[in-house]
Design a protein around this ligand. Structure first.
Ligand SMILES: NC(=O)C1=CN([C@@H]2O[C@H](COP(=O)(O)OP(=O)(O)OC[C@H]3O[C@@H](n4cnc5c(N)ncnc54)[C@H](OP(=O)(O)O)[C@@H]3O)[C@@H](O)[C@H]2O)C=CC1
Ligand SMILES: O=C(CO)COP(=O)(O)O
Length: 320
């Protein structure tokens, strides 16, 4: 099958490498002036992997879209709306299958990425999300993992899984798009919280963070019409090791750098997502104490140690 991957950062480049490895004809698209794209074009490698010779690089969006039956998108979540708007103007996107491989919520609206994409591109396409745990650094060492693909159409989900499943990534069929998307986006906020615990030498609290983080997000998922159990699956709890504990996690590193007073220069999606969560918590009248604390630390200059310690001073309550 012909597959294009749009976005040639850390994850997009891995996805192209993977789609090629499992036997597809692949184009990896990047913006003409992208440092990532130029580097790949010149050397056919980045900090994480080398591209095989038969994987094509292109900076033509038109060509990349018309070539493929399946189009995978992996760019920064906050850029999806404007990017989708660009795609909409191209000929021939109708009937294609798009897979969003990104983890975030639109900061200004709280919308899920499939909602954002659908609003811009329309309904005449097939749309799925691919989320769950996995770092390129592990996959290129042939360490397998499990991930989840979800959509509103089980036949589309099954077709994508059939094309992409391998002994490196075992896929599960997602049954709850709302839960999968919220779960994937919010695990990044828990990753930032974990990084702050690392920076404050409170590592031993990560078990409690896992238990209470899943609990607060599951409440939100239920309020938003999803299944709270989804949060205990691959898109959220299943991604905690890769985010709360991994040396590779950008969100965890952002949180640690933040409390250590340093700047982390790479994309940490949880920063924008926590803004969306602040509004969703008010809109749905759901208490999100951990997310709220992270918001206050990042955006209201509250002291990280005091704010996290304040979580312990809230009234005692039932666990579930
Ligand atoms: N296990 C998983 O499912 C994983 C998922 N992810 C997710 O993948 C997404 C991308 O993360 P990552 O690859 O680390 O981020 P990077 O910063 O490495 O890459 C982001 C890419 O987005 C491109 N981009 C940004 N804005 C636009 C735009 N307006 N139009 C077109 N392209 C744009 C950038 O282009 P340029 O090259 O020009 O800068 C860059 O190539 C995130 O949502 C992240 O959460 C990440 C890792 C693992
Ligand atoms: O989603 C990821 C792992 O599954 C990547 O997490 P980071 O963006 O925090 O590195």
């Amino acid at each position: 099958m012909n597959i294009s991957v749009l976005g040639c950062g850390r994850w997009g480049t891995f996805l192209a490498w993977y789609a090629n490895k499992v036997g597809h004809n692949v184009i990896l698209w990047g913006r003409e002036n992208s440092k990532n794209y130029i580097g790949l074009k010149e050397t056919r490698k980045n900090d994480y992997l080398s591209l095989p010779e038969d994987l094509e690089l292109s900076n033509s969006l038109e060509k990349s879209v018309s070539f493929a039956e399946i189009i995978i998108i992996s760019i920064s979540a906050q850029e999806l709306r404007s990017f989708a708007n660009q795609l909409k103007s191209l000929n021939g996107i109708q009937g294609k299958t798009f897979i969003l491989c990104m983890k975030g919520l639109e900061a200004t609206s709280g919308k899920r990425l499939s909602q954002v994409f659908g609003e811009e591109v329309g309904k005449n396409i097939n749309l799925a999300v691919w989320v769950g745990p996995g770092h390129v650094q592990d996959f290129v060492k042939h360490i397998p993992n499990c991930m989840v693909i979800g959509s509103e159409n089980i036949e589309i989900t099954k077709k994508i899984v059939q094309e992409l499943n391998s002994d490196l990534i075992r896929f599960y069929y997602g049954q709850d798009l709302i839960g999968n998307e919220l779960g994937a986006a919010t695990k990044n906020v828990m990753g930032i919280a974990a990084g702050m615990l690392d920076g404050l030498n409170y590592r031993s609290l990560k078990g409690s963070l896992m238990a209470r983080g899943t609990r607060e997000i599951s409440r939100l998922v239920r309020a938003m019409g999803g299944n709270d159990i989804t949060i205990y699956g691959l898109s959220h709890l299943g991604d905690y090791e890769a985010t709360l504990f991994s040396v590779h996690s950008h969100n965890r590193k952002f949180g640690q750098a933040f409390v250590e007073g340093e700047r982390f220069g790479k994309l940490a999606e949880g920063v924008a997502t926590v803004k969306a969560l602040r509004d969703l918590s008010i809109q749905y009248d759901i208490e999100l104490p951990i997310c709220n604390a992270i918001y206050e630390i990042i955006f209201e200059n509250k002291n990280a140690k005091e704010t996290l310690e304040d979580l312990f001073l809230r009234p005692v309550k039932f666990e579930f």
